[in-house]
Design a binder for this molecule. Structure first.
Ligand code: HEC
Length: 141
């Protein structure tokens, strides 16, 4: 692991950990994600290879529950649904890292930050069409 990567992880954890405890009651956010993760930006934004790399990880780690196209099945939701598309990158990253013990989504805390951001990029790419109407939060794109 490079120093830069470790530093990035430390900064991210330092920012997120206190709020994870504080914001558990706020259910306005995607899967009760703490408010502070909402605006965390992907360091891979705009990087050409991120979606492809995320796709490979997805097939290896996520397909068995979420399906090849993220279509879901059984008790596993489709990753193309409106709530997922409305979630910010930071919220998706947080949920992928933490999962949900009660509902059966594993916590992917053994992946690197880069791998999780690649998965976020891939999940974002699912569904083809751009989300409509554009949520107000995405005007910075
Ligand atoms: C063992 C089955 C399983 C695996 C493997 C799995 N998931 Fe999930 N996932 C779930 C279930 C069940 C939920 C619904 C959780 C909930 O609603 O609380 C879920 C929910 C999600 C959500 C939120 C979807 C929504 O509609 O709100 C995302 C994003 C997600 N998973 C991403 C991933 C990624 C990325 C991977 C691979 C690294 C992965 N999952 C692997 C079972 C799985």
């Amino acid at each position: 692991m490079t120093f830069r990567k470790r530093l990035g992880k430390a900064l991210l954890m330092a920012g997120i950990a206190p709020v994870m405890l504080a914001a558990a009651a706020d259910n306005q956010n995607f899967h009760n994600a703490p408010a502070a993760v909402k605006n965390v930006k992907s360091p891979l934004a705009g990087q050409a290879g991120a979606v492809q790399a995320g796709g490979k990880l997805f097939l290896a780690k996520c397909r068995r529950c979420h399906g090849t196209e993220g279509q879901g099945g059984g008790n596993t939701p489709a990753l193309t649904r409106a709530e997922v598309r409305a979630a910010t990158d930071g919220e998706l990253f947080w949920f992928i890292a933490n999962g949900s013990e009660e509902t059966g989504m594993p916590a992917w805390d053994n992946l690197s930050d880069t791998e999780r951001w690649q998965l976020v990029a891939f999940v974002r790419s699912l569904g083809g069409k751009p989300a409509s109407p554009a949520p107000a939060a995405s005007t910075t794109k």
